[in-house]
Design a protein around this ligand. Sequence first.
Ligand code: PMV
Length: 335
Amino acid sequence: MKSVLATAHSNIALVKYWGKRVDADPSLNLPAVGSLSLTLDRLWTETKIEPAAADRFTFDRREEPGKPAAKVFAALDRLWASHHDGARPPCHVESRNHFPTAAGLASSASGFAALTVAAAAAFELPHDARTLSAFARMGSGSAARSIFGGFVRLHRGTRRDGSDCVAEPLLMPGPTWPLALVVIQTTRGPKGVGSTEGMERSRLTAPYYGPWVETSPQDLADAEAALERRDLAALGEVVEHSCFKMHACMLASRPPILYWKPATLAVMEQVWALREAGVPGYITIDAGPHVKVLCAAEHAPTIRDACASLPGVEAVTVCGPGPAASVRVLEGGNA
Ligand code: PMV
């Protein structure tokens, strides 16, 4: 194997995924709906893999035994077994998050994407990027999208082996369509319901879950059409609809799942007031209290400043579109 260093950027879903398929092996982690995201430049994970005497996982310079390490090495086992016979060589996996502020932003997308491209290079696997996205998905659904840069579509697929549930790059918004995503971190509270548990609760108990799944293909089609036309207002309308439909589904679960804090609502009202005043931004919120606002790059500083001063807002980061995951072999990296 080789010693390698990989980088993958986080992404935020603009058309959301919430819920897993139940007609397939749960270990494949297949989403019940497709999704569409934007990869971000300022939030990324760096992961090094080297041969070692025994498996070891360090995260942000701390030794991580237990459950996180078990998930990491299960992912390495899957990748190794996809191309090699026999036992996987023991590895030291060292992962670091480069996020502007430490707390509160999901890093499983960039984390599993970086781990996947690193392991594929370390084990010299012949897989293409789409296949790697399928492996990343098994660690975390959103990670499949972080293999690619810019706007990315994760296909739901229909095959029961998950081989058509892969991500695909759609468009990298460049200087001709300058876009930003303003990430507004609100109150840090105790961690809410984890996404896998929350999705399962919604599937089993929320009366809106069926309609949520059934209406998702139309949202994806509308978002893709808006992207083709470079129509931010049309895209933004779908983005907010998908977000609030997902949260309606969470709220209608039993017991209810509510990720919002008072500051989350304050930011929403601020963003909508700015829109009324001629500064258009479009809200999306994941399984947590933070708000992300899609806007034209020229409007990002106004939105950032207007939200930064609200009570309960901890930090605001203006992100642009980010690149695909990448990897390089380290000097003297053959083992
Ligand atoms: O990637 P997961 O399994 O943590 O799920 C992500 C779920 C949402 O962030 C709420 C939506 C999405 O599509 O990223």
